[in-house]
Structures are given as structure tokens and as C-alpha cells.
Design a binder for this molecule. Structure first.
Ligand code: ASP
Length: 191
């Protein structure tokens, strides 16, 4: 456990009703406030942007990559969580994994239900991502995706469900870890 930085980019996890639909408008602090922070983890938030991920440009994705590298330049940081829309989460996570040569976990997460939904999945997903990012056992596992109690490797993982909570999976592999009873249970290293 240790110091985790949450880089907030928007998506459904940061979305509120706008009168005719949901759109990402919440700041990272509001998103973080929905989740239980695991014991022993201290969190700092970087508000990078708040957009629906189908609207992310290559420039935005490169800004995210730069931001991750800037945060990792601080040796006091133990891991990073990126909150992101699910529509292009797999592309951003894969891009970051291609440029990740640091043992510290970078864990993407998001939600299928918006910020203020009763029984929304965002708070649990964010809690699990914080747990994974602060977990010494997940060092050296590359960029990861925490969703619905599972931790997947960015490489190979795609969005497989439009609505259901278990939105991500690797069709040719199995999850790197699960989150059970508030603990990360590691199954293996990503190929
Ligand atoms: N439906 C998307 C999401 O789950 C919207 C987006 O990708 O921003 O976050």
C-alpha cells in the first residue's frame, strides 16, 4: 500500500445528467469521493480532462501518456489509477502499455453506470483500481484494467459488454488477478 495518483479523464464514471443525456463533467475529486479508499492508501488527484472517451483525440491520449510519465518521475508514487470512459479504454490502456517500462502498476478503470447512479459500479471499480495500483504484488505486470472485481492485462483486453458490469475481458487469456474480500489475489503474469 502507499501513494496512488488518480488521473481523471472523464467517461461514464464522471458523467452526470445534462437534461437530454449523460456527459462527463465531474472533476476527479468528485469521482474519488464516491469510492472507499483502501486502508493504507493515500491518494492525490490529477484532473487531466473530463470528456466522453469516444471524443478523445490522439492529442488527448498522448497528453495522458505524458501525464503518466510525469507522475512516475516521482519515486514516492507507488502506482497510478486512470479513470476513463469505457468506449476507448482498451485503446488508451494498450497505448500506455506499449510505452510502460516501469514496474509500478498503472490501472485503468471506469464504469457502466453514471456517477450518481444508485448501485452504480464506479465506486467499486475505483476502489479495486486503487487497491491494485497500491499492490506490491502487481508490480511488473504492466498496464492493467480493473473492472467488476477482475484485474486484466491491458494487452489483449477489450470491451466485451455494452451494458453489463463485467465489461472487459481478454478473449484469449484469463484475468491477471481478482479482488476478493478487499484483497488482490494474483493468478499469474500477463503473457
Ligand atoms: N459509455 C462510455 C463509458 O462507459 C462513455 C465513454 O466512453 O466516455 O464511459
Amino acid at each position: 500500500m502507499g501513494q496512488v495518483v488518480v488521473i481523471s479523464t472523464g467517461g461514464t464514471i464522471a458523467s452526470r445528467w445534462q437534461g437530454s443525456g449523460f456527459a462527463a463533467d465531474a472533476r476527479g475529486g468528485d469521482v474519488l469521493a464516491t469510492a472507499a479508499v483502501p486502508e493504507g492508501v493515500s491518494v492525490r488527484v490529477v484532473d487531466l480532462m473530463s470528456v466522453n472517451s469516444a471524443r478523445l483525440t490522439t492529442r488527448d491520449q498522448l497528453a495522458l501518456l505524458r501525464s503518466v510519465h510525469e507522475v512516475l518521475a516521482d519515486p514516492a508514487v507507488d502506482g497510478i489509477v486512470v479513470t476513463h470512459g469505457t468506449d476507448t479504454l482498451e485503446e488508451s490502456a494498450f497505448l500506455l502499455d506499449l510505452h510502460h517500462d516501469d514496474p509500478r502498476p498503472v490501472v485503468f478503470t471506469g464504469a457502466q453506470l453514471p456517477l450518481e447512479a444508485a448501485d452504480g459500479d464506479g465506486p467499486r471499480n475505483l476502489h479495486d483500481a486503487l487497491l491494485a495500483a497500491g499492490s506490491a504484488e502487481l508490480r511488473g505486470h504492466g498496464v492493467l484494467v480493473a473492472f467488476d472485481g477482475r484485474i486484466h492485462a491491458a494487452r489483449g483486453t477489450i470491451k466485451v459488454q455494452t451494458l453489463a458490469a463485467d465489461a472487459f475481458a481478454d478473449p484469449s487469456g484469463s484475468p491477471v488477478a481478482d479482488v476478493k474480500d478487499g484483497r488482490v489475489v494474483v493468478h499469474g503474469r500477463p503473457a
